[in-house]
Design a protein around this ligand. Structure first.
Ligand code: LLP
Length: 430
């Protein structure tokens, strides 16, 4: 568990706030974030990068709540976006457009226009066709677009195939061997200005090796570009640093940064990083309540009020999230003698933690040993990244509330959706 979620007198707290109080005040399910955890992660990056020109571009897709973006904006962060919608969120949250990099394989004309109008730092271009389109759009607006090419270093990130992006067969980036020719093409296009290079090899990486290998390949390319007279202002090494969900042992932020700086061997280009998960993942939990316990012939089920539409990662990737009771059973020594009026000790059992959605794939956790009863509160850990941002309204389930804790105060940072909001845009035909 991260430092910001801890037990005190058998109660699970986020910072100085009992999660049970948050459930009572805001209802369940809800996502709960720790501002201090978000800030701490960002500072670990900025401290490790001290003395070197850099920009930490938080990957908005990990969690795009305005309050979270605002925490990072105040700390001086830039942002990595993948849509016009994310750009609008960044601007609404007080982010600086001049610190925004725009990634993604399918940027539309409208999104390019929006980003050019806002004056973003750089387009991370992912194909030859996108380069041509961007040149045309910028020309029509009388502007010059800052570009970097997302180069695919063909490095195995050794992570889940769905979140591995740097292999040859991936849809992302331009092939390493075609990069020089594309840079030369970009140089010749009048409405483009080459500013950098970028790569992103995957997510939830738990070793530094693949990052170092990718950096070395990118540097070799930077040298070849210099031979062509193309000089870059920045090198963007993407995001991807993993977190501990269960028993993973990812490198600490400082060690990861040190490995990258080592591989960069004193180069002077500005270093851009695009961390998402490592900043938000362990800064948030999903708070849920047990609705029913159901003892089947082969399995015990704890049916909770959160489901796959609220947290899709277990269903989509068979991802593991720790699940802890918000109120721990009193330990045998501390429990009052029987008949003393104290709580009766609950039996702990192995449960399948499932939601109310009508899919067998709707589970939050398999085979968890928990001492719980109907109405017990559970915290699903490491849910701050790719939790709320990937949630849906499947089964006409309103998206849940989001709460940010700051010391001893809890703030509602997104209201729970209402059902009428869900069908507000729908119409019947006569
Ligand atoms: N930059 C680019 C270009 C990316 O595609 C991504 C993530 C990031 C940065 C941030 O990566 P991070 O630091 O968060 O690993 N939904 C999946 C994760 C998908 C990641 C996609 N790209 C999950 O829940 O595990």
């Amino acid at each position: 568990m991260s430092d910001y979620f801890h037990y005190q007198d058998s109660q699970l707290y986020v910072e100085q706030m009992p999660l049970a109080d948050i459930a009572a005040r805001f209802g369940t399910p809800c996502y709960v974030y720790s501002r201090a955890a978000l800030t701490d992660g960002y500072r670990q990056f900025s401290n490790a990068l001290q003395g070197r020109e850099h920009l930490i571009c938080y990957a908005v897709k990990a969690n795009s709540n305005l309050a979270i973006l605002n925490v990072f904006a105040r700390l001086g962060a830039g942002f990595d976006i993948v849509s016009g919608g994310e750009l609008q969120r960044v601007l609404a949250a007080g982010g600086d457009a001049r610190k925004v990099v725009f990634s993604g394989v399918g940027k539309s004309v409208a999104e390019m226009r929006l980003a050019l109008d806002a004056g973003i730092l750089c387009f991370n271009v992912e194909s030859a066709a996108e380069l041509e389109r961007l040149n045309e759009v910028a020309g029509n607006m009388g502007k010059v677009a800052p570009v970097s090419l997302r180069v695919n270093p063909d490095v195995d990130a050794k992570t889940h195939p769905y979140i591995s992006t740097g292999l040859k067969q991936s849809k992302f980036g331009v092939a390493y061997d075609e990069a020089i020719a594309l840079y030369c093409r970009a140089r010749d296009l009048p409405h483009l200005h080459i500013t950098g290079v970028d790569c992103h090899i995957g997510s939830q990486l738990t070793e530094t090796g693949p990052f170092v290998a990718a950096t070395e390949k990118i540097l070799a390319l930077v040298n070849r570009l210099a031979d062509e007279g193309i000089r870059l202002e920045h090198i963007d090494l993407g995001g991807g640093l993993g977190i501990r969900y269960h028993d993973e042992t990812p490198p600490a932020i400082a060690d990861y940064v040190a490995a990258l700086l080592g591989a960069l061997c004193g180069r002077s280009e500005k270093l851009i990083l695009e961390p998402g998960r490592v900043l938000a993942g362990n800064a948030g939990v999903l708070l849920t309540r047990v609705e029913y316990l159901k003892h089947g012939e082969e399995k015990n089920f704890a049916i909770v009020d959160a489901a796959m539409n609220d947290l899709m990662r277990p269903a989509l990737y068979e991802a593991f999230h720790e699940i802890f009771p918000v109120e721990q059973e009193p330990s045998p020594q501390s429990s009052p003698p029987s008949g003393g009026g104290g709580k009766r000790k609950r039996q702990s059992l192995i449960y399948e933690i499932v939601g109310p959605v009508c899919e067998t794939g709707d589970f939050i956790g398999h085979a968890r040993n928990l001492a719980i009863a109907p109405q017990s509160l559970l915290a699903v850990l490491s849910a701050g990244a790719y939790g709320m941002s990937m949630s849906s309204n499947y089964n006409t389930r309103p998206r849940v509330a989001e709460v940010m804790v700051d010391g001893g105060a809890a703030h509602l940072v997104r209201e729970r959706e209402t059902v009428s909001q869900l069908y507000a845009g729908e119409k019947m035909i006569l």
